[in-house]
Design a protein around this ligand. Structure first.
Ligand SMILES: *Cc1c(COP(=O)(O)O)cnc(C)c1O
Length: 359
């Protein structure tokens, strides 16, 4: 067996370099006499890993002193509840932009805690686009504006942050976190499950602006769900393996030249794939072109039988994970940071071949 070209939406491909580094030191970490996952999270080895991950993340995103980083668990789905628990109540409002399944789930949880205004929804168009800022009907009294930067299932992505007239953004960045630089001054809070673009499942990265945290509730929140509990201290055992792997992924991004360089690489990769999708009518992109995701490219073929054949044939060519989400069907190629340009070349070459045999 050899490693396949992996287009899985999540958990997803990790850089081979990172996996090999981890493999090499998995049973014996440094001179500790143990694996890193067998050591106390308060011991010097793990403390060093944790600190390095924070420093690297801060450097890559340019966080400065205004932000706190938290390494939590529970996935992005947990943050759907934790954000409104901390920042909403019955006499407060938040604006939630609805651009897909994950946005809807975030909205559902927020409604348990306070008032939710939806300034824009693409649901009636089967979530095939994200809005221009001019289309947003903001409430004007929101504690925050929540958006999903990349819609993993539908294959759309905000090319830049929505304009909010100074209201802090809260972002579910699970599926494009660290794929490009961010304009941090617009954000109050960013959360991301690691398993799409940053590491293994089990780690959730939360970045919060200190002044935003100040505006959150201080009481009436279970201790572990209060963001204040996690600032500047390890409240309980963090997902040590996740943080350890995340730190290695951050090191890999640094070696690639940082987020500007990663963004250029991702743009180039996506262009090669979309050019092939657009070459003629054999493949049909499912989203508006200006809303296309650089992380998850979604497309369809003439009918489901042909799509089934495409997927089966692709697997034979060592191209894995291309099946669209069960709720939408079709094909989805997830091409996160760790998806190498060679994998895109292999996919595109297969697509050309499949077209010429079936077109
Ligand atoms: C995968 C995903 C989620 C769900 O993440 P979990 O870690 O499984 O809770 C939420 N939002 C987006 C944008 C995702 O891609």
């Amino acid at each position: 067996m050899k490693r396949a070209h992996n287009f899985s939406a999540g958990p997803a491909a990790l850089p081979l370099e990172v996996l090999e580094e981890a493999q090499k030191e998995f049973t014996l970490y440094g001179d500790s006499g143990s694996s890193i996952i067998e050591l106390s999270h308060r011991g010097p080895e793990y403390i060093e890993v944790d600190a390095q991950a924070r420093e690297r993340l801060s450097g890559l995103l340019g966080l400065g002193d205004e932000f706190e980083i938290m390494f939590l668990q529970g996935g992005a789905s947990h943050q759907f509840m934790m954000v409104p628990f901390n920042f909403l109540d019955k006499d407060k409002t938040a604006d939630y932009i609805n651009t897909g399944t994950w946005s809807k789930k975030a909205i559902k949880e927020a409604k348990l805690f306070g008032n939710v205004n939806v300034p824009y929804s693409s649901e009636e168009q089967n979530f095939n686009r994200v809005p221009e800022s001019s289309e947003l009907k903001l409430s004007g009294k929101a504690e925050y504006v929540h958006f999903t930067s990349n819609n993993t299932i539908f294959g759309t992505q905000f090319s830049k942050e929505p304009e909010t007239n100074g209201v802090p953004l809260v972002c579910d960045a699970s599926s494009d976190f660290l794929s490009r630089p961010l304009d941090m001054k617009k954000y109050g809070l960013i959360y991301a499950g690691a398993q799409k673009n940053a590491g293994p499942a089990g780690l959730t990265i939360v970045i919060i602006r200190k002044s935003f945290l100040e505006k959150g509730k201080k009481e009436g929140i279970p201790t572990i769900l209060n963001y204040n509990t996690h600032v500047g201290t390890m409240f309980n055992t963090p997902p040590v393996f996740g943080v350890y792997m995340f730190n290695k992924v951050l090191g890999w991004i640094e070696r690639k030249g940082g987020l500007e360089a990663i963004a250029k690489r991702n743009e180039a990769k996506a262009k090669v794939l979309y050019d092939e999708i657009d070459a003629d009518d054999f493949y049909a992109g499912t989203t508006e072109k200006t809303s296309r995701s650089l992380m998850n490219a979604t497309f369809r073929l003439k009918d489901e039988a042909l799509e089934k054949a495409f997927l089966a044939e692709a697997e034979k060519h060592n191209l894995n994970g291309l099946k669209g989400h069960r709720s939408v069907g079709g094909i989805r190629a997830s091409i996160y940071n760790a998806c190498e340009p060679e994998s895109i070349e292999a996919l595109v070459s297969f697509m050309k071949d499949f077209r010429s045999k079936n077109g």
